[in-house]
Ligand binder design. Sequence first.
Ligand SMILES: *Cc1c(COP(=O)(O)O)cnc(C)c1O
Length: 414
Amino acid sequence: MSHSPKPPLTQAQLPPFTATDGLLLVAGVPLPQLAARVGQTPFYAYNRQQILTRIAELRAALPAEIKLHYAMKANPLPALVGAIQGRVDGIDIASTGELKIALDAGAPAHGISFAGPGKTHSELRQAVAAGILVNVESFREVGELSALSSTLKLPARVAVRINPDFELKGSGMKMGGGAKPFGVDAEQVPALLTAIKNAGLAFEGFQIFAGSQNLKAEAICEAQQRAYELALRLAKNAPGPVISLNLGGGFGIPYFPGEQTLDLSVISENLKNLATSARHEMPEASLIIELGRYLVGEAGIYVTRVVDRKISRGKTFLIVDGGLNHHLAATGNLGQVIRKNYPLAIGNKMNQAATEIVSIAGPLCTPLDLLADNVPLPIAQPGDFVVIFQSGAYGASASPQGFLGHPAVIEVLV
Ligand SMILES: *Cc1c(COP(=O)(O)O)cnc(C)c1O
């Protein structure tokens, strides 16, 4: 299909990534050189400095009293968690596999908190033994933690994960409000707090996480405000002072044309007001936000190589050496309602104009394995690199690598 030429992607469209002589630079290294050093495509590359800058900029934008946690399910690569752990106030884990990575990375147990709707007895046992905070999500967990605390002769540190009576509006993925497997319904929390008191657990506070991938600052502020008010109300029945109040996260990043970056100033202002209120109403409480995608999502790329170029009934396909098996989200199969194209480029033709419209398919024998549909790109041939941006979160670890038995992806931190 012919198409009027489009200029190459500009710096503004790919803020952190630059190019020289048409070659994408990843932390200063030209892409072909990086691919040679990795030894294969496909691979993911995460830019360490970009993540650290992101954290520093976020901290500078938010009030100093707000604590920042990394929700490591967004990207659990051990080297990346190691790079982040000293720069945040805590790591939020969702399994004991993640617990091991966080502890191995040197994260202090005190700042680790554990959420998940189905924590087993052995997972809770590991959590108590490690001395981390457990976000309690059922009455069963209270009983088990009490028994474990006695057996291990260690305190069981708990916060209550509340399923709020509100939703995060405009969220890509709702995780609170209505009937949910996560947390305990706000209405049942007073009874749960009584159970925690009777069980002698070490109560530390609340966690309220309403949703993910939100680009509307006002909606995030409203959710934080309501989370704060809910916690304040429920704190009246708590067995002790609230020392940890996790207001959730949900900060989104722009993936698609027309999406705007999140306005941090509005969120910062709101958090400042909440911190001021908390100083009077919950004087011992630290206010925490927990972010995954926002910290790492924009710092990662997924790199594949063109294996074949085919024309089917007038439509041009580039077939690349990885797809849904490594990057489920980019194919629109990770919970998205409508498939949209992630931003992408031909990583060794960054200075060439987009003169044709192509679709990009992975190597899997399923129509689901579509990385891009009808995108304008420079003319690419076998051997060229197809780079997918905004791939630092929910990539490799959120993809079905075993499906169809292709080689595993490699991940590098550069
Ligand atoms: C997934 C998750 C997060 C992180 O969400 P992001 O959209 O990646 O920031 C934070 N908290 C909890 C409880 C989660 O389950």
